[in-house]
Write a protein that binds this ligand. Structure first.
Ligand code: IPE
Ligand code: IPE
Ligand code: MG
Ligand code: MG
Length: 322
């Protein structure tokens, strides 16, 4: 299934989420309105709201709260992107110039705060304490993940375990929260809630592993982001960690140097080394392992088209080119 076909399983819900997102974006402060609109209307895959909707429907959800919940998760995601692009010094996102490039770092950070706090207003309106707990914890974990990543930056001795810890916090926890709240909203039994939480954590980990491989091998136009952003910031992601372990002294030294100093001087040569030493294949293999665990976690769910959609989402997380 393509992403469009997965979305078609919940078309009406998906369109309703889009309307909520656009309505709740508005602020009387013109610059807030302008920047929030700029990033949200740039599109994006809307994977996390899709996950909330499919999880809720897979649990037989009735009612409207899943729409609001999906919009909340997308707002939090978008807030992290505004902050992340400042921290990473990125200039391209969703196929256009990043907000920090157009409006400056200060504006991006502050509008990111607006989106975070808007998400919290919406969450309070939902008035379900367990959901507040899950989202508050996930948001806190994202912040920790981004700070841990900052601590690993420019450190070529970063281990695979430290890398995995970062990606679970900064990315997988939000996927986990999204899938889990789908279950909580539907008053699903604990076994189903636990299954969906594990599904989310694994699919989110796979998603970020692939993101880190795509930073070296994607088609920029299709990805909508610049390649080499991670290298430029001296980020020791898994493709580099693996390549350092398997390269000869010259290759290892070249990669160590790039991580320590950042910049894109050796991007071409490093990309070739990472690919030929198996760093991209290894990263993809780990992502596939995570997707397999995500699929296995779905076992207790009843057989429905929505469960199939969740499975397809796990496959997309690994096969994706954008
Ligand atoms: C980008 O996420 C940030 C990561 C966790 C890698 P997406 O690739 O889902 O971003 P959009 O929303 O589709 O632009
Ligand atoms: C994204 O990590 C994590 C968050 C946004 C919290 P990346 O830095 O790899 O994401 P991209 O590549 O900029 O989208
Ligand atoms: Mg980034
Ligand atoms: Mg990335």
């Amino acid at each position: 299934m393509t992403l469009e076909q997965i979305r078609d399983l919940v078309t009406t819900d998906f369109e309703a989420v889009d309307r909520v997102v656009k309505r709740r974006l508005h602020s009387q402060v013109a610059l807030v309105d302008q920047v929030a609109t700029y990033i949200i209307y740039a599109g994006g895959k809307r994977l996390r709201p899709l996950l909330v909707l499919l999880a809720a429907r897979a649990c037989g959800h009735q009612g409207e709260q899943h729409i609001e919940a999906a919009a909340i998760i997308e707002f939090i995601h978008t807030a992290t992107l505004l902050h992340d692009d400042v921290v990473d010094g990125s200039s391209l996102r969703r196929g256009r110039e990043t907000a920090n490039e157009v409006f400056g770092n200060a504006t991006s950070v502050l509008v990111g705060d607006f989106l975070y706090s808007r998400a919290f207003q919406m969450m309070v309106a939902l008035d379900r304490m367990p959901i507040m707990q899950i989202i508050a914890d996930a948001t806190n974990a994202i912040a920790e993940g981004e700070v841990l990543q900052l601590m690993n930056a420019h450190d070529p001795n970063t281990t695979e375990a430290r890398y995995i810890d970062v990606i679970q916090r900064k990315t997988a926890r939000l996927f986990q929260a999204g899938a889990q709240i789908g279950a909580v909203l539907s008053d699903a039994p604990p076994i189903i809630e636990d299954s969906l939480a594990r599904f989310g954590l694994h699919i989110g980990t796979a998603f970020q592993l692939i993101d880190d491989a795509l930073d070296y091998e994607a088609d920029e136009g299709r990805l909508g982001k610049h390649l080499g952003d991670d290298l430029a910031e001296g980020k020791p992601t898994l493709p580099l960690i693996y390549a350092m372990q398997h390269g000869n002294d010259t290759q290892r030294e070249m990669i160590r140097h790039a991580i320590e100093h950042g910049g894109l001087h050796n991007l071409g040569e490093i990309t070739r080394a990472v690919a030929s030493l198996g760093g991209l294949a290894y990263t993809a293999r780990l992502a596939q392992g995570e997707a397999d665990q995500a699929l296995a976690a779905l076992a207790p769910l009843p057989e429905t088209a929505f469960k199939e959609g969740l499975s397809e989402l796990a496959r997309f997380a690994v096969a994706r080119k954008h």
